[in-house]
Design a binder for this molecule. Structure first.
Ligand SMILES: [Zn+2]
Ligand SMILES: [Zn+2]
Ligand SMILES: [Zn+2]
Ligand SMILES: [Zn+2]
Length: 91
């Protein structure tokens, strides 16, 4: 007799609750924007001497290296698949 799995309903898998099945999460580092404040000029776009910051070309922003400017990072819980395999059912 096989008992019904209360976790997945015998489907063997369920949607990742961390990312809601999308497989990705908002990047915490850049707050979903894909850009971070330039470290060199502290987001002002200017050097202390009043010159344009060469690191960010005066924009004050740099591409977020954590999400590569996409604003999204892969969900670590489901490794980007959006689906979690049910451990209760695995034998
Ligand atoms: Zn299960
Ligand atoms: Zn996930
Ligand atoms: Zn800068
Ligand atoms: Zn980011």
């Amino acid at each position: 007799m096989v008992e019904k799995c209360t976790t997945c309903g015998n489907t063997g898998r369920f949607i990742c609750l961390v990312c809601g099945g999308s497989g990705e999460k908002d990047c915490i580092e850049c707050d979903d924007s894909g850009k971070i404040n330039c470290i060199d000029c502290n987001g002002t776009g200017l050097k202390t001497e009043g010159e344009k910051c060469t690191m960010c070309d005066g924009t004050g922003k740099e591409q977020c290296l954590v999400c590569f400017g996409t604003g999204k990072v892969k969900c670590l819980k489901c490794t980007g698949s959006g689906i979690i395999r049910c451990l209760n059912c695995e034998s």
